[in-house]
Design a protein around this ligand. Structure first.
Ligand code: HEM
Length: 429
């Protein structure tokens, strides 16, 4: 049973290894997609692929890579590229595990991210009603407060690791506030978020990974079932996402309780690690390009444009997988039903066919139609929130610590789907 590979593998080296098997046959990898060098700096390879093989079947990854902006953007809208990976996961489970993992299969089957229209359309339109600009405004002062708290702690300690002390903590705290759970329960969210990240990042479903995922889903649903019951008892409607999801109505239809619970875990998974990497990639780029730093501190428009460029230049999600639902031809290649395709966001966002001087970071860039948040029906529901967290946190760090410096060159994650760092110790100056 191949791992769900929603985004890709945490450790790319053994990416094709079927789960539950212990050895991997050697595979051809002419573009070096399973090398450490690719994890560290994939951009030269992206350029070669865009120029020489824009639709490329990688034996090493077990799927097609689409690297040109135009193809990736169209791929997001193409019904022949299905997002339905949840069903495949359930169907491929060995009989002995089916019952034990039923709660996971049931929850993932309701994640908007993993299903296609028309099932997707219904859930998405209802969840969308809860993801309002009002929700983002409700969160703005809470994000600022969390950011101040984290930097106060760093200042008091006289040291900061951007990954461990800020980027790993802020998004999950904001999701807690968004869902309306008490701050003292934040640690629970972090444990569940880690279980989800491990499950989706793995190359091999070990019993531990599956059991941890099951525990995460079961515990989280139990916790939120209690929170739902409390909301239902209360006579006033809160501004948090849980309350707004329960109230969301579309032509007389509502989300079922199970759909609300599944969306809570989806939001935790989708909103945590992505934003984490925006913060650490963003700070790294700002420290490496001091001449552009002032733009973060200028007007709101400049700040907004700067964060968009950081998202384009080092996209937190580099690739997303899809299942090919019918045969078709692209750039003279035959893509076959049942094969996997990777929409290479990281390559598309550096395509010079779309972005002038694509390899240059330009925080003033105009007409920046990057696809770091995807495109089409699955376009990120939390884009406004992710952006806001990036704007508030990055502006705050530069304002508070204008002489901040990297203590050493930070190490990249061993991951080809999420682009981020393992740690980022800095001197506060
Ligand atoms: C910088 C931060 C973020 C990035 C780069 C990002 C990126 C993405 C991308 C590329 C997709 C499309 C997935 C696909 O097409 O298969 C997506 C979907 C999604 N994102 Fe985000 N995201 C971020 C932050 C957030 C936040 C903060 C939340 C919520 C709190 C969130 C919730 C979601 C949800 C629910 C979906 C699924 C939408 C659907 O399938 O209809 N994201 N995100």
């Amino acid at each position: 049973m191949p791992p769900l590979s929603l985004l890709g593998s945490r450790v790319a080296k053994r990416n094709r290894e079927p789960a539950f098997m212990s050895s991997t046959p050697e595979v051809a990898d002419p573009y070096g997609l399973i090398t450490r060098q690719f994890q560290v700096d994939p951009y030269p390879t992206y350029e070669k692929l865009r120029n020489d093989a824009p639709a490329y079947f990688s034996e090493a990854w077990g799927g097609w890579l689409l690297t040109r902006y135009q193809d990736v953007q169209s791929g997001f809208k193409d019904p022949r590229l299905s997002s339905n990976r949840a069903g495949a996961f359930g169907a491929m489970l060995p009989a002995a595990l089916k019952e034990r993992l039923a709660p996971v299969v049931q929850s993932l089957g309701l994640w908007a991210l993993l299903i296609d229209p028309p099932a997707h359309t219904r859930i998405r339109s209802l969840v969308n009603k809860a993801f309002t600009p009002r929700l983002v405004e409700y969160l703005r002062p809470r994000i600022q407060e969390q950011v101040d708290l984290l930097f106060d702690k760093a200042e008091a300690a006289g040291k900061l690791d951007m990954v461990h002390d800020v980027a790993n903590l802020l998004p999950v705290a904001v999701i807690g506030d968004m869902l309306g759970i008490p701050r003292e329960d934040g640690q629970k969210l972090r444990v569940w978020a880690d279980a989800f990240a491990t499950f989706f990042g793995t190359t091999k479903y070990t019993p531990e990974v599956l059991e941890q995922m099951r525990t995460g889903i079961v515990e989280m649903e139990e916790y939120f079932r209690g929170a739902v019951a409390q909301r239902r008892k209360s006579s006033t409607q809160g501004s948090d996402l849980l309350s707004t999801m329960l109230a969301a109505e579309d032509e007389g239809r509502f989300l079922s309780e199970q759909e609300v619970l599944a969306t809570c875990s989806l939001v935790l998974f989708a909103g945590h690690e992505t934003t984490t990497h925006l913060l650490s990639n963003g700070l790294y780029l700002l420290l490496k390009n001091p001449e552009q730093r002032e733009l973060m501190l200028g007007s709101e428009e400049q700040l907004t444009a700067a964060v968009e460029e950081l998202l384009r230049y080092e996209s937190p999600i580099q690739r997303l997988s899809r299942v090919i639902a019918e045969d078709y031809e692209l750039h003279g290649q035959q893509l076959r039903k049942g094969q996997k395709a990777f929409l290479m966001i990281g390559a598309a966002n550096r395509d010079p066919r779309q972005f002038p001087k694509a390899e240059q970071l330009d925080l003033k860039r105009q007409d920046n139609r990057h696809i770091a948040f995807g495109f089409g029906v699955h376009y990120c529901l939390g884009a406004a929130l992710g952006r806001l967290e990036g704007q508030i946190a990055l502006r705050a760090v530069l304002r508070r610590f204008p002489r901040m410096k990297l203590l050493q060159e930070p190490e990249r994650l061993e991951n080809v789907a999420f682009r981020g760092y393992k740690a980022m110790p800095v001197a506060l100056g």
